[in-house]
Design a protein around this ligand. Structure first.
Ligand code: ADP
Ligand code: MG
Length: 637
């Protein structure tokens, strides 16, 4: 192979010539043939973007050439399908190609996208896969047509020329160039006809072609029409302007909704649409949506955000991870002129510019959510209901943005089961002498509101956050506090609210008369239950219930420990502390009961009752049943 782009044999009479592709092209074609199914549709993107380039070139040349100006009509790409002939044709009215241009443009890999692609896969070439998984991410150019066609004919007429040419190839190593009759050629521009191979029936279906084009149409700056079958009227499927590049005033709510549905693959309406252009050191445009409902993959363990990255309206990656995991439900397109065009997804992901853009977008989305929460609380409530559990992950793993997240986070509390509250609300309504933000973690808000552990809090009107998302158990232990107030679990350690005044209408509990007897009972309980509890103590948090379980002061919160155990992390659930209500009749009764098996049964019943109130099974279900039945047989005494 020579250094020349091609080796040609020219037939001087017919001016028809046969050429071999350069070695690199042959290699590329080989890779294309092995490409995976989902990447094959990039050929449409390539053809249409070439058409857009060609029409831009013609408009540029026309600036200084009046003859061309007369030829340059409104740019248009027309895609025609013919099932019978198995033909897909892409025609443009752009600048076209002369003979030499055809040789250099379609016979070599001078274009940078293809070069970059080959450089990238070059090292991996001998391994299996031949660079599979990469094709869709590169501008692989014109040669991608050979993924779907076994013969390609390019008929082209250079603007201002009275010659037309036909380029033909089967993509197997050589191509031919011959003169074309003017009446068979476009008046100006290029027509690429693909004889589709037997694997590519899908591209004879108008809906399929339309779908692929729509996916890319946002990026394609040329109007597109489709002729679904010979003789059919052309149908316009794209007006050639990327939605995000238009001024907001030219975009209807319906346009935004359509675009969102395409982007998110959902059929609802976005709850929030954010569209802005950043100017300054880095310039980019963002069109972002908060979905109106939960996407199916919201809790996918991969936890990656999936944004579409365009560079000057060329799609670089469909799934660039731009946002922190706690905003992974945001669907967005970002288009920047400041990112190098020929980058792979991996390289794009590492670009420092992209990192900056991601940060700026995160800040903006958070800010818009804050605004929505303030100005349209009802709308925000549905966003929070859908995505709050994900956003709260950020409290745990994104400490830098914790304060911002606290501004939008909403919580159910004992004050209002329906209306959620912010921590700011909570702190503003702190009770006299209240020094902490109290919370209860659990599964079910309704049952949590009935927990024995919060009885004393209710009597003193101390608000308790009811945290019922699994993630709550994590952030609440990793956050130091809010506004100088520490978070404190009502199921852990001693409840320190004795200095908070009681509610006026709170029923006054009888003063414990049996201090010494209860103290004795506590000692006996410790001994009898030592295998199951860490400690037993007199409670300051119970009013109506006899007993409850709490976590020791310096252990893990019980709910967090449960969650960790469920996920196979952390050892077994640590032993809890049993608290007894010194004013409760059942406790006093038991304190006065004579020692013996019956009293012992009573101790175990107390523990089991406390476990049941926490949603845990009794220690030994059959023993529990036997003990309880014996009590009932005695008339409940
Ligand atoms: P790239 O577009 O990155 O240059 P391609 O492989 O897509 O690479 O195309 C190679 C070249 O072929 C283009 O640079 C252009 O000169 C020429 N070309 C391809 N399609 C057309 C077209 N429809 N009209 C005019 N020129 C074209
Ligand atoms: Mg191209």
């Amino acid at each position: 192979m020579t250094d020349d782009a091609t080796s040609a044999t020219i037939d001087p009479n017919a001016r028809t010539s046969s050429h071999g592709f350069t070695a690199d092209v042959a290699r590329l074609l080989q890779m294309m043939a092995h490409s995976v199914y989902s990447e094959r549709d990039v050929f449409l993107r390539e053809l249409v973007s070439n058409a857009a380039d060609a029409s831009e070139k013609l408009r540029y040349e026309a600036l200084s050439n009046e003859a061309l100006a007369a030829q340059a009509g409104a740019p248009l790409v027309t895609i025609a399908l013919d099932k019978d002939k198995r033909l897909l044709t892409v025609a443009d009215n752009g600048v076209g190609m002369g003979r030499d241009e055809l040789v250099s443009a379609l016979g070599t890999i001078a274009n940078s996208g293809t070069r970059a692609f080959l450089d990238k896969v070059g090292g991996a070439e001998n391994k299996d896969g031949l660079g599979q998984g990469l094709i869709g991410q590169f501008g692989v150019g014109f040669y991608s047509v050979f993924m779907v066609a076994d013969k390609v004919e390019v008929t082209t007429r250079r603007a201002g020329s009275d010659e037309a040419w036909l380029w033909t190839s089967d993509g197997k190593g050589s191509y031919e160039i011959a003169p074309a009759a003017l009446e068979d050629a476009p008046v100006v521009g290029t027509r690429v006809a693909l004889h589709l191979n037997s694997d590519s029936d899908e591209f004879l279906e108008a809906y399929r072609v339309e779908h692929v084009l729509r996916e890319h149409s946002g990026a394609i700056a040329i109007p597109i029409e489709i002729i679904g079958a010979p003789g059919e009227e052309p149908r316009r499927i794209s007006d050639g302007a990327a939605l995000w590049t238009k001024p907001k005033s030219d975009i209807s709510a319906e346009d935004y909704n359509d675009f969102y549905r395409q982007l998110a693959g959902q059929f609802d309406e976005p709850a929030l649409t954010i569209h802005w252009r950043a100017e300054g050191r880095t310039e980019y445009t963002v069109l972002a949506f908060i979905p109106g409902s939960r996407p199916l993959d919201l809790f996918d363990p991969i936890r990656k955000s999936k944004s579409k990255l365009y560079v000057r309206r060329v799609l670089i990656s469909k799934e660039v991870d731009l946002l922190p995991a706690w905003l992974r439900f945001v669907r967005l397109v970002v288009d920047s002129a400041d990112i190098p065009l020929n980058v792979s997804r991996e390289m794009a992901q590492q670009s420092p510019i992209l990192g900056q853009i991601g940060k700026a977008i995160t800040a903006r989305v958070t800010q818009e959510l804050t605004k929505l929460a303030e100005n349209e609380p009802e709308k925000f409530a549905s966003v929070w209901a859908n995505f709050g559990a994900v956003v709260k992950e950020g409290l745990h793993e994104d400490p830098q943005r914790r304060d911002d997240i606290f501004k939008i986070a909403r919580f159910a509390t004992t004050r209002s089961a329906e209306k959620t509250r912010t921590l700011k609300d909570y702190v503003a309504d702190l009770r006299e002498n209240q020094t902490a933000i109290f919370y209860l973690v659990g599964h079910d808000r309704k049952r949590m509101a009935q927990s024995p552990q919060i009885e004393e809090f209710a009597a003193r009107d101390v608000e308790v956050l009811l945290l019922d998302d699994p993630v709550d158990a994590f952030w609440v232990t990793s956050c130091v506090g809010f506004d100088g107030k520490p978070f404190k679990s009502v199921t852990q350690g001693a409840a320190d609210i004795s200095l908070v005044p009681q509610k006026e209408d709170a029923p006054q509990p009888p003063t414990p008369e049996a201090g010494a007897e209860v103290a004795m009972l506590v000692t006996k309980l410790k001994e009898a239950l030592k295998e199951h509890v860490d400690d037993v103590r007199v409670s300051t948090r119970l009013r109506e219930s006899a007993v409850c379980l709490i976590a020791p002061e310096h252990g893990l919160d019980r709910r967090l420990a449960q969650l960790l155990a469920e996920h196979g992390q952390g050892g077994a659930l640590g032993k809890p502390v049993l608290e007894v209500n010194p004013r409760h009749a059942a406790i006093l009764e038991l304190a006065r009961a004579p020692e013996g098996d019956e009293a012992r049964d009573g101790y175990f019943l107390l523990l089991d009752l406390a476990r049941i109130a926490d949603g845990e099974p009794p220690i030994d279900a059959s023993a529990f049943a036997r003990r309880l039945t014996a009590r009932l047989a005695k008339g409940g005494a």
